[in-house]
Design a protein around this ligand. Sequence first.
Ligand code: GDP
Length: 450
Amino acid sequence: ESTPAAPSQPKVRSKGLDVASLWNEEKSKRKASAAFVVIGHVDHGKSTLMGRLLLDTGAVSQRDIDKYKKQATELGKASFALAWVMDTGSEERERGVTVDIAQHYFSTDNVDFTILDAPGHRDFVPNMIGGASMADLAVLVVDANQLESGMKGQTREHILLAHAVGLQKLVVAVNKLDSTTPAWDQEIFRSVSAEVLKLLKQTGFTEENVAVIPCSGLSGENVAKAPAASSGAAWVSKEHPTLLQQLEKFAPHLTSIDTVKKPLRLQIADVFRGGITNPLSIAGRIKSGNVQVGDSVTIQPSGETATIKGIEVSGEGRDWTVSDDIPTLHLVDIEPQHLRSGDVVCSSQKPVKVVKNITAKVQALDSLLPQRVDIHVGRLHVPGGISHLVATEDARGETLKKKPRIVKAGQRAVIRLALDDGVPLEDGDRIVLRTDGSTIAAGRIEAISL
Ligand code: GDP
């Protein structure tokens, strides 16, 4: 496709705001915010549960759900009405484009939440790594009737990846308890909880950062509302908060003024083209710094500059946005081919470096040799190779063996990676290494070189 020459845009001017000071003044008045990713095996009820959260917090109206129900019934899939809220992301509906990481918003009196949802594509895992990298916490959905499949395959891999990208807090929703035999069977809940907890601990999650909540997305019991005292689910409220209450408990608000003042870094999660008022937009989470309308920014690795024409956070227009926000930025003065998911929007004064060689400290999940790997850093993935096994280390970071011939599953090691292409990365970034569709190591970048 060829894009016709863009008509000359009216110049966007910066108001020259002192964003860090504005944010500092406003932050005590702002609600806490938290973004979470939804993970778990297909069909365990992720979309239905999220649809329920959106409905019961008023983010989606009963009228919308009734409309979906009618459409779903006509297709003989009435039980999917709530799930449809998620299947068509808000961005998709508004912009008529597909997205890799859909965002949905809901609020309580205390917290503004963003759901990050990587719809089940062919390319699900890279998207899931991308979504999880932007999240503060994860919600793992497990079907109470599927103890077996729940503990294998996708559930196991998603837990591993959530941990690998650095997520520490996780809420397990033991779902579909309305349909156990008997309904709301406490024994079933207990055995599923025990199995999931075991798996989470093996992966490295600590008990204080994990909560297990019994619920039913379909009936709505213990999602945003406690079950009726008369129902078989009465035991639930005696021992457990609702899913929503638990999410509020785990919701952090970590942004510090130091981070807000650092150079801008935003890894692009999605690029949107072809909008009528905003032909070119990107979305992602701000890792550090701040940005305002009118700013000129640099996109890496292309090194091209762009001007910020507009900013939206949680679907609302803003003059500025800071670290930890997940804005959509409308851009002008740049050609679309310079913007791809995984690229980094950064300060033009201090752009992120484009690197081809990295040293990383990793935990091996499978044996590592000098070999080809796919390197994932958030939304970015690039092929490359393990060029050196530098050393294996013990848990305190003391060297066990220099230049080992192999790193065995479970060991910690320092390794060097040579990437096929230059990509924008920094010290401290979390990396995940995969080959042939399985995750073989995860860790952090220790050093970079061109
Ligand atoms: P996903 O693939 O994990 O997003 O799962 P969906 O939300 O699409 O649900 C898969 C199927 O499970 C659908 O038929 C849902 O109606 C059904 N389902 C989801 N949640 C519940 C629940 O809490 N109870 C019961 N009984 N069925 C549910």
